[in-house]
Design a protein around this ligand. Structure first.
Ligand code: PMP
Length: 393
């Protein structure tokens, strides 16, 4: 049977990592893989997480099984940061732990399908795994354009998708720090989106993978909260892998908002059954570390400070790139200063991307997506000069 399988295209970003590792030039720049980096180019373990992990080593007395819902203390501790003071919206929200944000997105799609959703509208470009998950679960993706050529969000496209959606459609939106464009909806745009969702009753699936890496913890979920305030139901996928630096520990959460509190039992029982059939239960360690941080005032403060440091570093890099707008005219670097998070898309041709790699040792995805966190004070001038070089004709 197995020789029937056709080889799949290798993951382009993983291929890029290999290429970069094989490049012996001393001053290469890796803007490919989507992890945060410090000014020194490192992706360190958060100090707050290290301290929490030490506590777990000292105090954890069992690694016996949890249920498919994982560490409920972790799930609950996150909720005020996402949903605000009334963290359950009057008892209408319940959540569970998942293997990363990926597990949460998968569960959101699978649960919506179990509820009768057949198509999910989503902006393009998007995190490539969104379409892969939809196809794997068996829900049809319907694409609308996410960003305009000017570098803002395409409000007409998302509103059109919502207004024309069938009753069995859902719409998937990035909560903040859009991957790969960095283009988020403005407050006014979120108002319009929330209004359209409330009017049509289309189920929103909100994916929050970079909370706190854009403008601030409250600012980054202001749009999501606007939606949740007016719609009857919603599904929310959340990742702690970036904002707690836990990538390989696979830490995520999936929240379900029901119209009435008494509907939550049936909804969560379906999510539990799906989780059980997929991964049985999520890995515990990272979620337990996040819970330990969030239940301790001083560790929470340390985490908030570390997150602040990351966010302000990325804002500084963005400001530096925006200020270089006239050095590479045509790339509209100015708009990078207004966009959010780890990523931005540069309108570079395939040839220009190859030239950046071959002539300058600068590695980025073939789409023109850059990881802003791969830049720092030391290498940003080189990057800007290289952009000027490849765009000069
Ligand atoms: N959603 C989006 C938009 C993402 O960019 C990512 C990660 N790159 C995820 C979900 C999943 O994150 P995780 O690594 O926690 O699975």
């Amino acid at each position: 049977m197995l020789d029937r399988l056709q080889a799949q295209a290798p993951d382009a970003l993983l291929a890029l990592i290999k290429m970069h590792a094989a490049d012996a030039r001393p001053d290469t720049i890796d803007l490919g893989v989507g992890v945060y980096r410090t000014n020194e180019g490192a992706t360190p373990v958060f100090r707050a997480i290290k301290a929490a992990e030490q506590r777990l080593v000292d105090e954890q007395d069992s690694k016996s099984y949890l249920g498919p819902e994982g560490d409920t203390g972790f799930v609950t501790a996150l909720m005020p940061y996402i949903f605000g003071r009334d963290a359950t919206m009057g008892g209408r929200i319940e959540g569970m732990q998942t293997p990363g944000g990926t597990g949460a997105v998968r569960l959101a799609v699978a649960l919506s399908k179990a509820a009768g959703v057949t198509r999910i509208h989503m902006g393009t470009p998007s995190w490539p795994n969104h379409v892969q998950i939809l196809s794997d679960v068996g829900v049809e993706p319907v694409l609308f354009s996410h960003a305009t050529a000017e570098g803002g969000a395409d409000l007409d496209a998302v509103l059109g998708a919502i207004r024309n959606a069938a009753p069995t459609d859902a719409v998937m939106l990035h909560g903040c720090c859009h991957n790969p464009t960095g283009v988020d909806y403005t407050d006014e745009q979120w108002d319009a989106i929330a209004g359209a969702l409330a009017k049509t009753g289309v189920l929103p699936i909100l994916d929050i993978a970079y909370h706190g890496l854009g403008k601030g913890l409250d600012e980054d979920v202001a749009g999501v909260r606007k939606v949740l305030a007016v719609v009857p139901e919603a599904l929310i996928a959340y990742s702690c892998d970036k904002n707690f630096g836990l990538y390989r520990d696979r830490v995520g959460a999936f929240y379900m908002m029901a119209e009435q509190p008494d509907q939550l039992g049936a909804i969560t029982s379906n999510a539990n059954a799906l989780a059980r059939a997929n991964w049985s239960m999520p890995p515990d360690h990272g979620g337990a570390a996040v819970r330990t941080v969030l239940r301790d005032e001083s560790l929470t403060q340390q985490w908030l400070d570390e997150l602040d440091e990351m966010r302000s570093r990325m804002r500084r890099v963005r400001a530096r790139l925006a200020a270089a707008d006239n050095e590479a005219p045509g790339l509209n670097l100015a708009v990078l200063g207004e966009q959010n998070g780890l990523f931005a898309m540069l309108p570079l041709s395939k040839d220009q991307i190859v030239k950046l790699r071959e002539d300058h040792g600068i590695y980025m995805a073939g789409s023109g997506r850059i990881n802003v966190a791969g830049l720092h004070e030391g290498n940003t001038p080189k990057f800007i000069a290289a952009l000027a070089d490849v765009t000069k004709d």
